[in-house]
Ligand binder design. Structure first.
Ligand SMILES: [Fe+2]
Length: 328
């Protein structure tokens, strides 16, 4: 959710939708905790108002977030509104196509456009159209990376190794074919994580907002550096949209945390939260024609099994965007 004044939040309706006429309050500076907003660590009123709204009627299961859509190329007003409402509240929605060409990348691109998602991240393993086919790759560059295997993926937000100017604000993960078994995703809203961390200890939030909190070392393939080291905060507030952004990976290797005792304690708290029974973690196994559209929520993927005698294994299309979902 972009940050708004107290009165904006107070005027949200039961579904959590802000008045269409209310304008987001933009920051003028790059202060990590903008004054007067829910992310102002020095203030409590805006935070408490937002916190109360956020926890009230929060979705209890992934099924609460599913929106059936007749044709993903051309959503009805009601379908579009339902997806926006879920994303406004929980930063994510699941859609289930009842028709349309679910095996087409064009479907994914056109779906994203209906939510203002236009600027695709052309990451290392993306296809020529910047949308990535996520499937088991027995050889080649992708073979070196866990997403292109059947192994489990730890908690992360997408693009945590991206440059600061190219942070991933949103992504769509669209299922064309599911696995014979496994492949479930766990999902967690970064705003909920922020709230739980701040409730535990506001100093943890401050530590996680340090610009050098987390460093991902350079990516070197066969002696050639294909991406430099990237340092950045875990939590940051976008100065254009006022929205909270989270950059995180639970990987243990190839990551350097700043040597700071408070940060260390904060990271331990995060790890405990993510490995425990946090009631806000939602779980869903995408079926063909289903997808996740979200403001880069934290997610995992369970390992899976496929019939390796055919080339019809699990296939997801993943589109990563520099845009945030409009209206959320
Ligand atoms: Fe991911």
């Amino acid at each position: 959710m972009a940050f708004f004044s107290d009165s904006d939040i107070a005027s949200t309706n039961k579904a959590g939708l802000r008045s269409r006429n209310a304008q987001p309050m933009l920051t003028e500076s790059r202060a990590p905790t903008p004054a007067g907003t829910p992310f102002d660590l020095g203030g409590t009123q805006a935070y408490e108002t937002w916190r109360g709204w956020k926890f009230a009627d929060y979705p209890k299961t992934a099924a609460d977030l599913i929106v059936e859509v007749r044709d993903p190329l051309c959503l009805t007003v009601a379908e579009h509104k339902a997806i926006i409402e879920h994303c406004y509240k929980a930063n994510m929605a699941l859609y289930a196509c009842l028709g349309g060409d679910i095996g087409s990348k064009e479907t994914v691109a056109r779906l994203g456009q209906q939510f203002g998602l236009r600027h695709l991240d052309n990451n290392l393993c993306a296809d020529n159209d910047s949308i990535t086919s996520v499937r088991v790759m027995p050889s080649g560059r992708q073979h070196e990376y866990i997403p292109y295997s059947d192994r489990p993926l730890r908690w992360h937000t997408d693009g945590y190794y991206n440059r600061p100017q190219q942070q991933i604000q949103a992504f769509i993960m669209h299922c064309v074919r599911d696995a014979d078994s496994g492949g479930e995703n766990a999902l967690l809203d970064p705003e909920i994580v922020y709230l739980l961390v701040r409730d535990e200890n506001p100093a943890y939030v401050r530590a996680l907002m340090q610009p050098d909190a987390m460093t991902i070392p350079a990516n070197v393939e066969q002696g050639i550096e294909i991406r430099g080291a990237e340092s950045g905060p875990v939590f940051s507030v976008d100065t254009n949209t006022g929205a909270l952004h989270m950059r995180y990976t639970a990987r243990r290797r190839s990551i350097l945390w700043k040597n700071d005792p408070v940060l260390r304690a904060a990271v331990c708290f995060l790890e405990d939260m993510l490995s425990g029974d946090c009631p806000y973690i939602l779980r869903h196994c995408l079926k063909p024609g289903q997808g996740l559209i979200c403001n880069n929520v934290l997610h995992t993927r369970a390992g899976f099994k496929d019939d390796t005698t055919t080339d019809h294994g699990r296939l997801l299309y993943r589109a990563r965007y520099y845009d945030r979902i409009v209206g959320t």
